[in-house]
Design a protein around this ligand. Structure first.
Ligand SMILES: O=C(O)CCC(=O)C(=O)O
Ligand SMILES: [Fe+2]
Length: 247
């Protein structure tokens, strides 16, 4: 059967989440200034629980990664298979058109030739034509002692420069530790670190790899990495939405 990347299967109902309700000019400004921006309360607690519960479905995933086996950290994750469940497909397709203009402006400022089409189906066609056909959205699960080493979610030449992560568990109430962190590596300088203060249901949009930074002599590139500090207690789930597909 041909799987259209845009087709959907039933999943938890996310009726009510509202991307249009965010101030996208403010988000673009935050991304330009810091390389990341928050979308507070993207999901409510029930929706976050429903998405986290997908982790235990017997099917619907293309692979299961035990992070310690690869030196990625400790914890585990599963990549969704196509067709993506409804909320994941809807978030991926819904966020992309708001981020594509920002991605294009970044590429122009960084002197990078690639431009991104306005809609996600068209971008996936380009990924697939470049041999990157496997879906990248994923669910992650961490328990006590687990962590995610600093990394970049690059899966081939085709890279959409922004991605999203949604925290599906409640800090303090459902887990402790497990901060989401970003580091920024500036040319010839030491790395700077930022802890993103996510609450359950909040999303963060952040640079996958390079982003432009304004300096006194024009723009220069900095490289971001992201990771998760050690979870001390409880269980922490995240939904990761990456817009390019994988080779
Ligand atoms: O669990 C997290 O907060 C980080 C997840 C992650 O690495 C990702 O979404 O790409
Ligand atoms: Fe990641």
């Amino acid at each position: 059967m041909m799987m259209n990347a845009d087709s959907r299967v039933a999943g938890p109902d996310l009726a009510g989440y509202d991307l249009a309700g965010y101030d996208w000019d403010r988000i673009a400004d935050a991304l330009d200034a810091e390389g990341w921006a928050m979308l507070p309360r993207l999901l409510d607690a029930d929706q976050a629980d429903a998405v986290a519960a997908l982790y235990d479905r017997p099917d619907g995933f293309r692979s299961h990664v035990v992070m310690a086996r690869h030196g990625f950290g400790k914890g585990e994750y599963r990549y969704f298979a196509y067709p993506l469940p409804d909320p994941v497909a809807a978030l991926r397709a819904g966020l992309y058109p708001r981020l594509a203009p920002i991605a294009n402006a970044w590429h122009a400022r960084m002197g990078m030739a690639t431009r991104f089409p306005a809609d996600h189906a068209a971008y996936l066609d380009a990924c697939h034509a470049a041999g990157q056909r496997r879906p990248t959205p994923l669910l992650l699960r961490y328990g006590p002692g687990d962590h995610n080493c600093l990394h970049q979610d690059l899966y081939g030449e085709a890279v959409f420069p922004l991605q999203a992560a949604v925290l599906l568990s409640a800090p303090r109430a459902e887990f402790t530790g497990g901060d989401f962190v970003l580091t920024e590596q500036r040319p010839r300088m030491q790395s700077r670190v930022e802890v993103v203060p996510l609450e359950k249901g909040d999303a963060v949009i952040f640079a996958v790899n390079a982003r432009p930074r304004r300096g006194s002599r024009g723009d220069y590139r900095v490289a971001l990495r992201h990771g998760v500090g050690t979870v001390r207690s409880g269980r922490r789930h995240t939904l990761g939405i990456i817009f390019h597909d994988a080779a």
